[in-house]
Design a protein around this ligand. Structure first.
Ligand code: NAD
Length: 353
């Protein structure tokens, strides 16, 4: 009996080979099954030479020429955010499916044009919201969807660290908060109805470097964002508190720890069931359990999911509309801090539409 024929490898290319782009090159070239990295593009000759050294992929100074010559199935767009729109449109016109790095674009209008162009070209457009592909986050989501925490009360994101010298064009809110705003909507499964933020410029005076935001969701969950570029150590955690206990996910260590509410656990044990629907009337310290996580590089998980979705003609791993909402929510947070106003009602509904 002859073996089933293998599908041909998908042809991948990367545009923009800077700090993040070189990781896309490495992962496409070394870690995604069924994909061949065939081309890369960057106008900077030194960057191009350094990134393609020792690899079979061809290097182009001009992305448009690469699209014209290579018949790519998959393209990672990792150029500066101001170029996401023109490069995405060119890639889609050439028939490629596109994963564009976050933030999806600089403005709502740009993001909307990209989404429309993908629909017209009948190609996939997805966005590199990498935290969704962190194994600790995937496990946390699986457990929340299974109802392990019961009702969720609060979700608290901490994203602290020193200032990255290469970021000059935006402040800490637009650079980092879209990660947490996206994860919160993704986990809570409800939309924000009210947001409020405070920001400060403490050391880096061009843009804000300290941000605290609050987001109230329609289902009553309160989201708290604590993000800065002022902390001499990197900390990236997400804490979810619910009636059955608390989960703490650590993005850097890919750890997930559960702190049980002992009283809730005892109520359910007495009833001999999983406690669904039983009201929890008190909270006490219970066992702490470290969940088993199979650690993987999030970018490998992300690009593998993109290639698989293209092969199976499935939905994009991250809907571009969600990525646009994350960006616009971050901008509303900046507006709230600048004006001292709570943002709700129609102003917030427009962001989500
Ligand atoms: N998902 C994440 O966590 C994450 C992390 C870092 C950066 N990013 C995003 O990735 C993108 C790139 O960021 P970076 O930090 O790698 O920037 P970078 O400045 O290090 O690299 C950008 C590269 O793009 C190249 N470039 C400029 N014009 C180009 C063009 N016309 N065609 C092709 N290449 C061009 C530059 O020469 C440079 O090599 C940004 O959108 C950024 O927001 C996402």
């Amino acid at each position: 009996m002859s073996a089933a024929p293998q599908p041909r490898p998908l042809r991948a290319g990367v545009v923009g080979l800077g700090m993040m782009g070189r990781h896309h090159v490495r992962v496409w070239d070394e870690s995604v099954p069924g994909v061949e990295l065939v081309a890369t593009a960057d106008p900077d000759p030194d960057t191009l030479r350094r990134t393609t050294a020792g690899r079979r992929a061809r290097g182009y100074a001009d992305a448009e020429r690469m699209f014209a010559q290579e018949e790519l199935d998959l393209v990672s767009i990792v150029a500066p955010t101001s170029l996401h729109l023109p490069v995405t449109l060119a890639a889609l016109r050439a028939g490629a499916n596109v994963l564009v790095e976050k933030p999806i674009a600089a403005t709502r209008e740009e993001a909307t044009s990209m989404i429309a162009a993908a629909a017209e070209a009948e190609r996939m457009l997805t966005v590199g919201h990498i935290e969704r592909f962190n194994p600790a986050m995937r496990e946390l989501r699986r457990r929340l969807v299974a109802g392990e925490l019961g009702r969720i009360f609060q979700i608290h994101a901490t994203r602290l660290g020193p200032f990255p010298a290469r970021i000059r064009d935006v402040g800490v809110v637009v650079d980092l908060a879209p990660h947490d705003l996206d994860i919160m909507r993704y986990l809570v499964g409800s939309e924000p109805i009210r947001i409020y933020a405070e920001t400060e410029r403490r050391i880096h005076t061009e843009h804000e470097d300290l941000f605290n935001g609050i987001m109230k969701f329609a289902n009553g969950v309160i989201g708290i964002l604590d993000i800065n570029w002022l902390t001499p150590t990197k900390r990236r955690t997400l804490t979810v508190t619910g009636e059955r206990g608390m989960y703490v996910a650590d993005y850097i260590d890919q750890d997930l720890i559960f702190y049980a509410n002992l009283d809730a656990a005892q109520v359910w044990r007495r009833r001999g069931d999983d406690g669904t629907g039983v009201p929890v009337t008190s909270v006490a310290e219970g066992e702490m359990t470290r969940r088993l996580i199979r650690r993987e590089e999030p970018l490998v998980v992300e690009l593998t999911a993109f290639a698989q979705a293209v092969r199976e003609e499935g939905p994009p791993p991250v809907e571009p509309h969600d990525a646009m909402v994350a960006l616009l929510l971050a901008r509303k947070m900046v507006e709230s801090a600048d004006t001292g106003q709570v943002i709700d009602g129609r102003a917030l509904a427009e962001v989500l539409s």
